[in-house]
Design a protein around this ligand. Sequence first.
Ligand code: G3H
Length: 482
Amino acid sequence: EGALIPWRGETSNVYSTISSVPRPDYQKTLLGTIPTLGKKEAIRALDSAVSAYNKGQGLWPTMKVVDRIACMEKFVEQMKTKRSEVVKLLMWEIGKTLPDSQKEFDRTVEYIYDTIEDYKQMDRNSAKFEKHDGVHAHIRRGPLGVVLCLGPYNYPLNETFALLIPALIMGNTAIFKPAKHGVLLISPLLEAFRDSFPKGVVNIIYGRGRTVAAPIMQTGKIDVLALIGNSKSANALQTQHPKSNRLRLVLGLEAKNPAIVLPDADLDLAIDECIAGTTSFNGQRCTALKVLYVHEAIVEEFNKRFSAKVDALKFGNPWEEGVKLTPLPEPDKPLYIQGLIDDAIEKGASIINTKGGETTENYIFPAVMFPVTKEMKVFQEEQFGPIIPIVPFSDIEEPLDDMAESNYGQQVSLFGRDVKTLAPLIDTLVNLVCRVNLNSSCQRGPDVYPFTGRKDSAVGTLSVHDALRSFSIRTFVASKDN
Ligand code: G3H
């Protein structure tokens, strides 16, 4: 409604992130409008999803696997024709660089194909019978019900679809709310949704969480809350559900992934990986490296070379050749980062790179802060932006203790060469986080690997293979030897 059916209600303007690159010809641009929806429209979207699911008896959850796959294939084929429009909006709406925007689109297409393949494999396996103690079982997987999906602004296409696509293919129906920034880029895909899926299977809502998502949760008709974003939003929505302790959750939340650079590390490699890990998409990734622990024996050399490389990164518009740093979609972010800088300086750290903290209207150049200590906010908070804390250590127990104390537990990057040192360390680290990256920065992909976290970082597991399981339940038909 609104994009495909004429919308006669109020609309909200969507402006570009690209507003303040210091050139007079790039002014803040009105990119388009979205319908301003309220509780009434949100509940209508919910009712549509509930009736399409029809307590598991609807057309979609009872559809043959091969037919559901055909719908998904039709969708992805149509989606591919919208690549340039979506990529353009990714750049303008959230300021993602051209190569990264293209990668986000292509990765999503690949994710859909891989999901289809994995689902076919799952279906083939479900044709097999098992037998234990004279009981034959035909185990299959069935849908869970109605899913509310909310994606984040840093991957408004890819991560929203990483929830939505597996949820749909397993036979669930869904309501999804695009991220606040990155909302328009769903518009070129609306026709593909309409043409590919039966009515009511996919329902899109716009607006603030508390206005449109909370009333949906309050009805108690949502079976799965699937959200990638922050704990505050997840908790706020979860508690709205009258049976919140029975609600199924698939959540990708905050992280504070550290890098640990040991004294024998290949410094060039460690620096390059830490640059990518801290500055890619301006640090706005849950998998970004958010604190660098560098052994005191090498920290001086590391800081000198690392800071120079950060200063050499090019800032500009997302489509310009070689640009790595771009404007930030969240208008308050530079102020927040400046607050972290001020706090760290007050408590004894300095900015060690020349350009660190330079600000234009909605951008702040990455500030490399050293020496960072536990009392500083930048050590404690998930900064999700361009500020890089470096913590010197003398004993490996220091970063390990911090990781054990942390509320988060997604990934770690470990840089070193001596296998005898690395092996026992890896054994310890895998019990603190869910992925240990050896001599490389943290990342989610390749998407076939499990993507999850311990403690407050995640609930459930995403990835091609795991997400199908997160959005379904094992059921079986049993028969006895007679
Ligand atoms: O924001 C968190 C994303 O899942 C990061 O994904 O490692 O592919 O950039 P990425």
